[in-house]
Ligand binder design. Structure first.
Ligand SMILES: *[C@@H]1O[C@H](CO)[C@@H](O)[C@H](O)[C@H]1NC(C)=O
Ligand SMILES: *[C@@H]1O[C@H](CO)[C@@H](O)[C@H](O)[C@H]1NC(C)=O
Ligand SMILES: *[C@@H]1O[C@H](CO)[C@@H](O)[C@H](O)[C@H]1NC(C)=O
Length: 427
């Protein structure tokens, strides 16, 4: 112990710093006490603390404190209900009413207080593992993948939840997304749509907005290719999907997760999925096969709320497409487009309708999905060369970065050289 430090309760005068700390401790003590009282729901007024009387410096005046207390009491919500749990396996009931009521008592998050109508309020949920990647450039790719999503969200005014933990340890691997989505829905009752995006899927068109009016009346939007007829594992991709924050989704997620590793029938589900999907090679139950099972076998129960997006091509598989990005970058059309200046947030001119009419096939891809590359583990599908996977990701991420950098007057002209930027001169 340092000699200079005054002994506790000693006769020496307390130096000013320690005194300030004392106040802070006192205030946080008072706040804890308040929180406890709120929790037990007793009617109280703000304590007559000396700090509050003196006008306070840390938490504001007594008046303000009183107002805050009153507000908290008014806005008692489902969060105070111990029956509402975040974990899968503990179903939430009456979620639509709970959300509606929450929005009613928190009008700042309703249509009036939002830059976007509630019906378009989006939270991107994505993530990666906490541990270091085995692939030496895996962490670098994860970081750039995160940057890609952060940029997309910033430009479009969306929220993002990047999860790098197993919220329910048994639900690992491809199943980890479900607990994260459920928790995000409860933590964000103001969010209408959760957009799940795998770590190996990147936004190429930074201004793309999903055509939410097209999905009215639906609660899950997933891209597929003749899925109901093909009945194959690859006729659908569960790496990117939209799910509405509602009771239906809460129920669906429980059902979906019941084929996962927390189920006593986990092994059995893998066998059932393999019998259903002729091209499923892995005997373990996975989230994509489980989703396909619910669509193909339980369509009567769930199908009418699932929008199988077969027209708008929002995920482009990377094989054969990266070269197009390279060619596009070298073209005059792309350069002229990048040169057109505007403020980063001013993207409301974006023509979603036209993008949908053109099925996402005209212009750059909306998203590019490096399915099969496994950037973190490095265990890519043997059909692809590792080099083409990593080089492809690097070039796609650099192309995407051009869609961000343009607002800063810069662009990468060589997609293989992400460190180099050139000014975009007006002509
Ligand atoms: C990450 O990748 C970029 C692009 O290849 C490279 O320039 C940079 O040095 C890498 N950073 C680290 C920490 O490996
Ligand atoms: C890219 O451009 C090269 C050279 O012009 C051309 O040979 C190639 O077919 C183009 N690739 C694609 C996918 O358009
Ligand atoms: C693009 O960058 C790569 C990596 O630095 C380099 O090898 C290549 O020659 C460059 N291409 C052109 C056309 O400059």
């Amino acid at each position: 112990m340092s000699q200079k430090q005054p002994a506790r309760g000693g006769a020496r005068s307390v130096p000013p710093r320690a005194f300030a700390t004392g106040i802070l401790l006192f205030v946080s003590g008072a706040v804890t006490a308040l929180a406890l009282v709120w929790m037990f729901g007793a009617a109280i007024t703000a304590p007559n603390s000396n700090l509050a009387k003196s006008g306070g410096t840390v938490w504001g005046s007594e008046e303000k404190l009183k107002k805050k207390t009153a507000m908290r009491k008014l806005t008692k919500t489902f969060y105070d209900d111990p029956k509402v749990r975040y974990a899968i396996g503990e179903p939430v009931a009456g979620w639509d009413e709970k959300r509606r009521e929450w929005l009613r008592v928190n009008p700042a998050f309703g249509d009036r207080g939002s830059p976007r109508p509630v019906s378009e309020r989006v939270m991107v949920v994505t993530g990666s593992q906490l541990t270091r990647c085995k692939n030496p450039i895996g962490d670098n790719l994860s970081l750039r993948s995160l940057k890609n999503k952060v940029d997309y969200c910033r430009i479009n005014g969306y929220d993002i939840f990047y999860n790098n933990l197993l919220l329910q340890p048994k639900m690992a691997g491809c199943w980890a997304k479900l607990p994260a989505i459920k928790a995000a829905m409860i933590a964000h009752p103001e969010t209408e749509w959760v957009l799940w995006v795998d770590v190996d899927a990147f936004f190429m068109d930074m201004e793309f907005k999903f055509p939410f009016d097209r999905y009215e009346g639906y609660n899950l939007v997933v891209e597929g290719w003749n899925t109901y007829k093909m009945r194959t594992f690859t006729s659908l991709n569960a790496g990117v999907f939209l799910i509405r924050n509602c009771q239906w989704s809460m129920d669906f997620i429980e059902k979906w997760a019941s084929m996962g590793p927390t189920s006593p029938d986990y092994a059995k589900w893998g066998v059932i999925q393999q019998a259903l999907l002729k091209d499923k090679s892995d005997v373990e139950s996975d989230d994509q096969s489980a989703l396909l099972y619910l669509m193909l076998e339980k369509g009567k129960i769930w199908g009418d709320k699932i929008f199988l997006e077969e027209e708008l091509n929002f995920q482009t598989h990377w094989v054969g497409s990266v070269e197009q990005l390279r060619n596009l970058t070298l073209s005059g059309v792309e350069r002229d487009r990048l040169r057109r200046r505007r403020a980063e947030k001013a993207t409301d001119v974006y023509d979603t309708k036209r993008r949908v009419e053109q099925r996402g096939l005209v212009g750059p891809p909306i998203m590019m999905h490096f399915a099969g590359c496994q950037p973190c583990s490095g265990k890519h599908n043997p059909a692809y060369g590792a080099e083409s996977c990593w080089a492809g990701m690097e070039q796609a991420l650099t192309y995407a970065d051009n869609q961000v950098l343009r607002s800063f007057g810069l662009a990468h002209m060589n997609l293989s050289d992400p460190g180099a930027v050139s000014p975009l001169k007006r002509q």
